[in-house]
Design a protein around this ligand. Structure first.
Ligand SMILES: O=C[C@H](O)COP(=O)(O)O
Length: 254
C-alpha cells in the first residue's frame, strides 16, 4: 500500500517570517494526519528557518532544486549537502519552470536524481507535456521519454524512494486541471513503464503525484484515481487553509 504525499511547492514566494508562519500553520493543521505524508518546499533561503519551526512535527522539508556538486565554483547555486544541512529530506527536481527558464536538461535531471539518492534525499522528479504536445497526442511519448531519461542508470532498489510528479505544463498556475481520467491515463502509463523496466514490485511501490492547479475543490476526484498517489501543489500551498484542506482530503483516501 503506497502512502500518499501532498507536497507544497512554494516557488519564489514568502519571506522568512511569512514562510515560518505558513509552515507552523501547516504543521499544526496537519497534526494527526497519519495517512498522508505532508511536505513543504520553501525557497532555499527559508529552508533552515522553516526547519527550525517544524522540528518535531510530521512535516517533510523539500528544496525546490539543488546543484549536483557538494561544493565548488558555482555562483548562486546550493549543494545537496547544504540542503541536507538545512534540514531537507526531499528535493524537487526538474520542475518545468527550471527546465524552461533555467534550461535544465533531462541529462542534468538524471545527474541530480543520482546525486539525491547518493545523499539520501528523496527526489520528486517533475515531468509533463506542453499544450501543443497534448493536442498533437504526444503526451505519453513525452512523459515516457522524460521518465526514462530521469531514471537512466537508477537501481531497482532505489525506485521506492523516488517520487514522480506528473505536471501537465498547460495546467500549472492556469486554473485548468487535467481531468481525473487524463491524469489516471498518464499515471497508469508511467507505472506500467516502471513495471517493464524494474518489475511489478517497483511499479507498485513508486509514488506518482499529480500537479497542476490542484485546489481543495478538485483534489477529491483526482486522488480517487487508482494510480494517483497525491499532489504537488503550487498556488494552493501558499495558504494554510487551502493546503491543509487538500492534505485532509488525501489523508481520508480509502
Ligand atoms: O509544483 C507545482 C506546480 O507547478 C503546480 O502549481 P499550481 O498548483 O499553482 O498550478
Amino acid at each position: 500500500m503506497r502512502k500518499p504525499i501532498v507536497a507544497g511547492n512554494w516557488k519564489m514566494n514568502k519571506h522568512i517570517g511569512e514562510a515560518q508562519e505558513l509552515a507552523a500553520g501547516v504543521a499544526e493543521g496537519t497534526n494527526g494526519f497519519d495517512d498522508v505524508e505532508v511536505v513543504v518546499g520553501p525557497t532555499a533561503i527559508c529552508l533552515a528557518p522553516v526547519a527550525a519551526v517544524i522540528e518535531g512535527s510530521n512535516l517533510g522539508l523539500a528544496a525546490q532544486n539543488m546543484h549536483w556538486a557538494d561544493s565548488g565554483a558555482y555562483t548562486g547555486e546550493v549543494s545537496p549537502t547544504m540542503i541536507k544541512d538545512a534540514g531537507c529530506d526531499w528535493v524537487i527536481l526538474g520542475h518545468s519552470e527550471r527546465r524552461e527558464y533555467f534550461h535544465e536538461s533531462d541529462k542534468d535531471i538524471n545527474h541530480k536524481t543520482h546525486v539525491a539518492i547518493e545523499h539520501d534525499l528523496k527526489p520528486i522528479v517533475c515531468i509533463g507535456e506542453t499544450l501543443e504536445e497534448r493536442e498533437d497526442e504526444r503526451t505519453l511519448q513525452k512523459v515516457e521519454f522524460q521518465v526514462r531519461a530521469a531514471l537512466a542508470g537508477v537501481n531497482k532498489s532505489d525506485i521506492k524512494n523516488i517520487v514522480i510528479a506528473y505536471e501537465p505544463i498547460w495546467a500549472i498556475g492556469t486554473g485548468k486541471t487535467a481531468s481525473p481520467e487524463q491524469a489516471q491515463e498518464v499515471h497508469a502509463d508511467i507505472r506500467s513503464m516502471i513495471a517493464d523496466i524494474y518489475g511489478q514490485e517497483a511499479a507498485d511501490a513508486i509514488r506518482i503525484l499529480y500537479g497542476g492547479s490542484v485546489k481543495p475543490h478538485n483534489i477529491a476526484e483526482i486522488i480517487a484515481q487508482p494510480d494517483v498517489d497525491g499532489a504537488l501543489v503550487g498556488g494552493a500551498s501558499l495558504e494554510v487553509d487551502s493546503f491543509v484542506s487538500i492534505a485532509e482530503t488525501v489523508n481520508s483516501k480509502q
